[in-house]
Ligand binder design. Structure first.
Ligand code: NAD
Length: 425
């Protein structure tokens, strides 16, 4: 049986296939020892749970599926978000856990990768329902999470409030408050200031370096952002603070476009009040997928996976793509874009600001000593820009694209750690 067949038995999903395909390509290029490569192809632990869920109407009891996958436990606790989405599955979560491993290693935070999720549509849940799903799911995975073992964080469909309920459920269970069990929680509970903005802000810290590499000015650059949630919104705020023109943003209801630049603060206010971009008055409304076609210098996919495809890749006008979402670009689209000379700052590097500030939050919780916003943002900028320089230098020395270079950096670090730890027993 080939390694690819074995991969598909437990984890079958397009995303896991892509993650392993990408890993295999880079491992071959690096000449990685096949014994180590095989250990890294599969998550070390995976928990699948099912649990009952009753909606507010009390009529039916549904069975929900939940997952927590820990890809690598070699280098410290595992770390990764929990997503609530209608199509989450084990393979997707396993792929995202693997990506988290490379991401942590690329920015040098001492965690392995994890990911979790519940297959439920958060848009259909009332606040009380969301709380019940969160608390019950936390109980289901309580034995596999903890401040020294596995530390969840927000992802698609979850937020600070969900993390607060998770922290409360865990703390009730052990009998005392454990803020360090989760990151991305509200500052009132030991959450870090600047965590909410960290991913979007972190990816925009890389824009000046990317623009310099490609040869255009950040001031006045036209930016289009797919997704206006945690990542997309703060990327838009950061871009407009840097003097860029944010010409288009989108959410699940569609996209808005304004050639002379959107007023990002007013769009954010609209979404706070109305939840979605739908109905926003001061822009043209276009179908969501058309966001990928608007004239722009910088494209930031910041919603969900698999949105840059071989169908839309030939029409993308951006010179730079900074991947805010995880896995937004399909492998065949990646190749098309590379051939067209589009400079891609890959997800494992670009959106690592989230896990970096999560790491800061965990350190602050464990030490019970909190840093100022300036300290956090300064350290975030330093880590992100240094990681970009390291990856670009690998790309230049090895003659590879940024995604391959980032993966070489991450995989090398993890493989070195595995080899020096040896095999137990
Ligand atoms: P979110 O739920 O806060 O926002 C998601 C946004 O995308 C919303 O505007 C939503 O309307 C839109 N969206 C969702 N599904 C869509 C679809 N099928 N088509 C078009 N638009 C859609 O999520 P988030 O935390 O901003 O995460 C977005 C992406 O960034 C995910 O891929 C996530 O894994 C990744 N990411 C998030 C963080 C973080 O700190 N939150 C860190 C690293 C990576």
């Amino acid at each position: 049986m080939t390694s690819s067949d074995r991969t598909m038995l437990e984890w079958e999903s397009p995303m896991y296939r892509e993650a392993v395909g990408q890993f295999d390509q880079v491992a071959r290029l690096m000449g990685l020892d096949e014994n180590v490569a095989d250990r890294l192809r599969f998550p070390q632990k995976a928990t699948v749970v099912t649990f009952p869920f009753r909606r507010d109407t009390y009529r039916d009891v549904e069975t929900l599926f939940g997952y927590r996958v820990q890809h690598l436990t070699t280098m410290g606790p595992t770390k990764g978000g929990i997503r609530f989405a209608p199509d989450v599955n084990l393979g997707e979560v396993a792929a995202l856990a693997m990506l988290m491993t490379w991401k942590c290693a690329i920015v040098g935070v001492p965690f392995g990768g994890a990911k979790g999720g519940v297959r439920v549509d958060p848009l259909e849940l009332s606040r009380a329902e969301l709380q019940r799903v969160t608390r019950r799911f936390t109980m289901e995975i309580i034995n596999v999470i903890g401040p020294e073992t596995d530390i969840p964080a927000p992802d698609m469909g979850t937020n600070e409030q969900v993390m607060a309920w998770l922290m409360d459920t865990y703390s009730q269970h052990v009998g005392h408050a454990v803020p360090a069990v989760v990151t991305g929680k509200p500052p009132a509970l030991g959450g870090s200031v600047a965590r909410r903005e960290a991913t979007g802000r972190g990816l925009m810290f890389l824009l000046p370096q990317a623009a310099h590499h490609v040869g255009f000015d950040v001031a006045g650059a036209r930016v289009a952002i797919h997704g206006f949630g945690n990542v997309g919104r703060y990327a838009a705020v950061a871009a407009s603070e840097m003097g860029c023109r944010v010409v288009a943003v989108s959410d699940i209801t569609g996209a808005i476009y304004r050639d002379d630049g959107l007023d990002v603060a007013s769009v954010a206010k609209w979404v706070d009040e109305h939840r979605f971009l739908e109905g926003y008055p001061d822009a043209d409304h276009i179908p969501g997928p058309d966001l990928f076609l608007v004239p722009c210098d910088v494209l930031v996919p910041a919603a969900t996976q698999g949105v840059i495809t071989r169908e839309n890749a030939p029409s993308i006008q951006a010179k730079v793509i900074i991947e805010g979402a995880n896995n937004p670009t399909n492998l065949d689209a990646d190749e098309i874009l590379r051939e067209r000379g589009v400079f891609i700052v890959p997800d494992v590097l670009a959106n690592a600001g989230g896990v970096t500030v999560s790491y800061f939050e965990w350190v602050q919780d464990v030490q019970k000593y909190f840093w100022t916003e300036n300290e956090i943002v300064g350290r975030l900028r330093e880590i992100m820009t240094r990681a970009f320089d390291d990856v670009l230098s690998i790309a230049n020395s090895e003659g590879v694209d940024m995604r391959t270079a980032a993966l070489i950096k991450g995989i090398r670090r993890v493989a070195d750690a595995k080899l020096v730890r040896g095999i137990f027993p």
